[in-house]
Design a protein around this ligand. Sequence first.
Ligand code: NAP
Length: 245
Amino acid sequence: MIDKYGLIGKKLGHSFSAQYFNNKFRELGIEAVYDNYEIPTIEYFREILNSNPTLKGLNVTIPYKREIIPFLDAVEEMANNIGAVNCIKITTDGKCIGYNTDIIGFQQSLEPLLNKEISYQALILGTGGAADAVEYVLQTLNIPYQLVSRTEKEDILSYERLTEDLINESLLIINTTPLGMYPNVDSKPNIPYKALTNNHILYDLTYNPAETAFLKEGIKKGAIVCNGLEMLKGQAEAGWKIWND
Ligand code: NAP
């Protein structure tokens, strides 16, 4: 029987993963298939396992990265620390182990952009699930950061409070909001872009379009820019290793 992999989420119309893995299987002559499993609630997870006995691995996307955890037999430390799982290994004895490969994908794609001579301080725009993975990586790399949100809270700044000085000294700015994602390609986080310099790194977790309105502001100033595609490929490959280890 053919090995199965797949993605669970609520709406998977434009998912990158199925195309990525099925191309990989074709190119490498691997006898396997990667399917999308759209489920209306996380309770359907067990049904997917029961009706697909050859499943070896799953990815998990919005809105189930947190909700999946009580359904798993074990959760690896990094995923446990941020309370989010986006990758599940299904062992030969049917156990489900949760991992977070967003962390691995983000770290692998960020590190080559950093200049070792510079002591970065960062701004993280948005405070959702992806921001948790970004925070974890910045902590690992000892990069101090400030979270920015539409809602001001203790230790979290609102966009209205972002000064040009703060932008100027925050040489790493990471957009984890969905602003600018297709089809809303003209939207971008509300920050004082005119304070950007060619010493800045702008990282957008969105990858469609490749050049978001946020990244375009960085390009205008000669900043280093990076979209979310490398992160996405990095998390996919990290998942593949976990499933086949
Ligand atoms: P999310 O939880 O739905 O949203 C992230 C945060 O963005 C929200 O918590 C919110 O923070 C802010 N936000 C949402 N709508 C906004 C708006 N209209 N204006 C300003 N801020 C807004 O999503 P997520 O799971 O963290 O994912 C965020 C983005 O990263 C998505 O576009 C996703 O596709 C992308 N992503 C990419 C990768 C990759 O591999 N490249 C991996 C994971 C996620 P506040 O309420 O604090 O403002």
